[in-house]
Every structure is written in structure tokens, then in C-alpha cells.
Design a protein around this ligand. Structure first.
Ligand code: NI
Length: 404
């Protein structure tokens, strides 16, 4: 028999009490960043902390990856999941801060160090309130968000991370330099874009530059293909449905006086809707087929789906908005007007279970903190850490309370 507590009050108080811990953990991870799929020491650090807090189950190397999955057991058979990503990016840090990366050419410039610290904080808070917890909280410390090929969200789902116990809802957050520290934001529905990549090879016929009629000019055909592909978004896609098609890379040719036999290019496609995501590669292939045919060239088109769009569930997002307003005050919760065309593999979880992705404000102009994500001078206002930890803990606490 447990006494009723004011969870919002207790969680905010605990989050402030562990603020120094949060900063210390975040700086430790920040100083020792690890690339996607290589989060060995970060995972070890996380697992050790979870055991220290008294988390009931701690699984390391989940599904053969560097993931750490924890479980805090509550009273009833209902489970909510909280997710943080742990990987850093291959770039040199230039902040000059005392806690800057100690690893050359590896940096936490996307704030995943903060996400990991925040989820550790939520775990510490929830284990402290365990006797009041009405359901289970699964803690997913995920590797490899920045790359699609080394065991990120998709791999963990295949390995059963959303099963036993079965997850009923999932919440995750990402630091966001456009919102001030102390605030959070989210929106119902379309939130972030799908992120797919493609490679196109145009196969012509090589010849002497002075005798174009004897060859098939792969450079000219590539130019026409690029031109035609750029008409897909402007002429085929409904202007009310956002989409981006970018060709970011092209390679071909040997010398000024040779018509080359092959040109290769690559790019990315972003959409907010699943329908459009399925449709665009079909339009692309039609365009490439038609153009190459008309010139007598051949092609190879390789389209690889990356992450789907992040689509926030209506029910969990209404719940999250209400709870965050209650916890932080209306003025600190922003209902974001627009989605973004960035990608995030949290989308994979949202394809399986309802959930909400949240933006955690970290901007503080007075402290000079305003650099965008992936910048070599990216940093966060650490005052945001207890805010993030309290939000994650409160959403989990209230979700299992309301659904048990
Ligand atoms: Ni990120």
C-alpha cells in the first residue's frame, strides 16, 4: 500500500537534486564520444549507472548491438518505453570548452550525449519513486542513430526491444537549438521527414570528344536526367505536400577530350508522408528510363529506404502536451507549427507503437549557446538537462498510471 504523491512536484524536485549528476554524466559522455556502432564505453557507463540506481533488469549488448536496455518494474502489467540515442559524429570539436571532446575527429555535435544523460536522469528519478510506479518503464539506450547500417532503431525492433514486456507507448526527445532552454516543443502528426538515398549510374558509350556521333554521351544524358528529376517535386508532387529531392554528388569523365561511358550520381529524398515516400522512386525510375531510352543509354537505379517519416501519434501527443504543460507551465511548452525535413530513426518505433518525439530547448544567447546541430561549435545550455529528465520521467510515470 503506497501513499499518494504529487508526482509532478516530486519529479521536478528530484530532477533539480540530480542536476550536478546530469551535468557530470553529460560532460563525461561528451568528452568521450564514440561513433555509430562503436558505443562500447558509453554503453558500459550507462549499464553501470542503471545498476547503481537499482534498475531491475539491465541488458547489455541487446540483440548483438551496443544497445543497453533497462527495465524498471512497476505494479501493473503495462509498459511504457523511453528512448535515448548514444552515438556521436565524425567531426572535430571546436568549442574550446574544458569538457570538449578528447577524441580527435569525433564529437557529440547532435546532443546525443545530452539525450543519454537525460534518460539516465529519468531512470534515477523513476527508481527513486519505484514504490509508487503503476507500470513498467523500459529504458532504451540506442546505438547508431546517425547511420542506418549498424544496428539502430530498426535492428533493435527486429530483436524484440518492443516485446516482453510489450511496449504500449514510447517517448523520446532531441535537443533543439531553436528553442530556449527551459522549454519543450512537439506537434501532433507529421513531425520529421523520411530520409532515403539513391544512386544512379548512366551508362553511355565512350568515344572521342571530336566524334560524338560514335558514342552515347553519358555526361549529357546525366544532365538531362538531373533536369528531369528536378521536375518531380515541382510538377508531380502536390504543392501542399512537402518533399525534397537533392542530387548531392556526381562523378564521371576521364579527360577534356573524351566522352565518358559512365556517370554516377547520388542524392537523397525527403518526404513527410508515407504515400509520397513510396511514390517518388517510381516517378524517378520512369524519368530515368524515359530519358536514357531517348538517348540510347542504359541506367542502373538503386534506391535505398533509410528512415520513415516521424509521425507523432495523436493520442500520445495530446497526452504529452497536456502533461508537459502541467509539469513546466503552459508558457514553456510550444506546439510547433511546422514539421522539419530532417530525419530521425525514432520513426521506426512510431511505425510499431504509438508515441511522441519531443524537442528539448537548449538555446541560451546570453551564454553564447545558439549553434545549430552538427556544427563544430555546437553546445547546449545544461540547464535543459533537468528539464529533459523531468519530462521523460513524468511522461512515463503518468502514462502507466493512466493506463494501468
Ligand atoms: Ni541527433
Amino acid at each position: 500500500m503506497s501513499i499518494h504523491i504529487d508526482a509532478a512536484y516530486e519529479i521536478k524536485k528530484l530532477a533539480q537534486e540530480i542536476k550536478e549528476d546530469l551535468i557530470r554524466w553529460r560532460r563525461h559522455i561528451h568528452m568521450h564520444p564514440e561513433l555509430s556502432g562503436e558505443e562500447y564505453n558509453t554503453a558500459k557507463f550507462v549499464a553501470q549507472k542503471l545498476r547503481e540506481f537499482g534498475v531491475d533488469e539491465v541488458i547489455e549488448n541487446f540483440g548483438g548491438t551496443t544497445a543497453v536496455v533497462g527495465l524498471i518494474r512497476g505494479k501493473h502489467d503495462i509498459t511504457v518505453a523511453l528512448r535515448a540515442d548514444m552515438d556521436a559524429l565524425p567531426m572535430e570539436e571546436k568549442t574550446g570548452k574544458p569538457y570538449a571532446s578528447q577524441i580527435p575527429k569525433v564529437m557529440h555535435s547532435c546532443g546525443h550525449d545530452a539525450h543519454t544523460a537525460v534518460l539516465l536522469g529519468a531512470a534515477k528519478i523513476l527508481t527513486a519513486l519505484k514504490e509508487h510506479l503503476q507500470g513498467n518503464v523500459k529504458l532504451i539506450f540506442q546505438p547508431c542513430e546517425e547511420r542506418h547500417d549498424c544496428g539502430g532503431a530498426k535492428k533493435l525492433i527486429e530483436e524484440g526491444v518492443l516485446e516482453s514486456p510489450k511496449v504500449s507507448a514510447i517517448f523520446g526527445l532531441h535537443v533543439f537549438p531553436e528553442l530556449p532552454a527551459g522549454t519543450v516543443g512537439t506537434r501532433i502528426g507529421h513531425f520529421m521527414a523520411s530520409s532515403d538515398v539513391f544512386t544512379i549510374k548512366i551508362k553511355g558509350k565512350g568515344s572521342h570528344a571530336s566524334r560524338p556521333h560514335q558514342g552515347v554521351d553519358s555526361v549529357l544524358v546525366a544532365a538531362q536526367v538531373i533536369n528531369t528529376l528536378h521536375h518531380i517535386v515541382s510538377r508531380k508532387v502536390d504543392p501542399l505536400h512537402p518533399a525534397v529531392l537533392t542530387i548531392g554528388r556526381i562523378k564521371g569523365g576521364y579527360a577534356d577530350n573524351i566522352i565518358p561511358d559512365e556517370v554516377e550520381m547520388g542524392g537523397t529524398v525527403r518526404t513527410l508522408s508515407l504515400e509520397l515516400r513510396d511514390q517518388i522512386p517510381k516517378w524517378m525510375e520512369n524519368a530515368i528510363w524515359g530519358v536514357t531510352l531517348s538517348y540510347g543509354a542504359a541506367y542502373q537505379f538503386d534506391y535505398r529506404q533509410g528512415t520513415p517519416p516521424v509521425i507523432n501519434d495523436e493520442k500520445t501527443t495530446k497526452f504529452a502536451l497536456g502533461m508537459m504543460k502541467y509539469l513546466l507551465g503552459e508558457e514553456n511548452v510550444v506546439e510547433l507549427e511546422n514539421p522539419s525535413m530532417g530525419g530521425e530513426d525514432f520513426a521506426e518505433y512510431l511505425m510499431k507503437v504509438p508515441g511522441t518525439f519531443i524537442r528539448l530547448g537548449i538555446r541560451n544567447e546570453e551564454k553564447g549557446i545558439k549553434a545549430p546541430l552538427h556544427s563544430p561549435v555546437f553546445d547546449i545550455d545544461e540547464d535543459a538537462l533537468p528539464v529533459g529528465a523531468s519530462v521523460m520521467a513524468f511522461l512515463a510515470y503518468k502514462w502507466v498510471e493512466e493506463h494501468s
